[in-house]
Design a protein around this ligand. Structure first.
Ligand SMILES: Nc1ncnc2c1ncn2[C@@H]1O[C@H](COP(=O)(O)OP(=O)(O)OP(=O)(O)O)[C@@H](O)[C@H]1O
Ligand SMILES: [Mg+2]
Length: 250
């Protein structure tokens, strides 16, 4: 089977500091995997390089066989890379429904060859409600986004990403700032979404229950470089990973 995403020696430096350093790995279609590592290891930077929010200094990033380095984010999204942000990126004054509906409309606009605004609006409304239902947010559709609880705002951010029908979804710390209960719910939900939307899913997390609970593969970044890659069992037992990140008590 061919990989859906391949990184070849990807690099980024800020000033003199190498933030991602010759990172290479391949992600297979349908895989659910985690990227872990200490604060400042370069995890978010790597996502930004994949999505085109940051221009890589070196290396190549193949998505569905095409090197996307140098392409703008909207082209990379249109090819099927979705993402959520470490801090939820939503329109706070708009309704929950509209946050998702606007994204659904823009996706319809990408694929339509002719103008059918009323039908598209109805279609986008239906699609948005269906996504909100999958997230358990349908009953809050008409509230303004800022009124949602922190955890639900993170869900809404994922909903906006799903509206663009990604094949590869990148989630940056989906459980950041959540209570243990909310984390548990998020863990269950992400696994459900992965199956329901037939995604290839890569998530960054500091929550080890989530990492070792649902990832099929774990990649460890430390000081910008890929320190280790393997199954959860392999990573748990890796001496270098224990020293650099997990700690002896893990
Ligand atoms: N735009 C930028 N300009 C300069 N330095 C940056 C920029 N973005 C990130 N950095 C630096 O790059 C390093 C890696 O940051 P990054 O956000 O990728 O880490 P991270 O692994 O996501 O960390 P965390 O787990 O805390 O989210 C940090 O030292 C950070 O200060
Ligand atoms: Mg980060």
């Amino acid at each position: 089977m061919k990989s859906i995403l391949q990184l070849h020696s990807v690099e980024k430096a800020f000033g003199g500091l190498k933030v991602t350093d010759k990172v290479s790995f391949s992600v297979m279609p349908g895989e659910i995997s985690a990227i872990i590592g200490p604060n400042g290891a370069g995890k978010t930077t790597l996502f930004n390089q994949i999505t085109g929010h940051l221009l890589s200094d070196g290396g190549a990033i193949y998505f569905k066989g095409e090197n996307v380095v140098g392409r703008p984010p909207q082209q990379i999204v249109a090819r099927g890379v979705g993402r959520s942000f470490q801090i939820a990126s939503i329109f706070p004054e708009e309704s929950v429904l509209d946050n998702v509906r606007v994204a659904c409309l823009s996706k319809l606009g990408q694929t339509r060859k002719y103008w059918r605004s009323v039908l598209d609006f109805q279609q986008a409304t239906d699609d948005a409600y269906s996504i909100l239902a999958s997230l358990g947010l349908a009953d809050q559709a008409l509230r303004q986004a800022f009124e949602l609880a922190h955890g639900d705002q993170k869900l809404l951010d994922i909903g906006i990403a799903l509206a663009l029908k990604p094949t590869l979804l990148l989630l940056d710390e989906p459980t950041a700032g959540m209570s243990p209960d909310e984390r548990h719910q998020m863990r269950v939900l992400i696994k459900k979404l992965w199956k329901e939307f037939e995604l290839t899913l890569v998530f960054i997390e500091h929550d080890m229950d989530m990492v070792f609970g649902i990832a099929e593969k774990v990649r460890v970044l430390a000081q910008g470089a890929l320190l280790a890659e393997g199954t959860p069992e392999e990573i748990r037992a890796d001496k270098q990973v224990i020293t650099a990140y997990l700690g002896e008590d893990f």
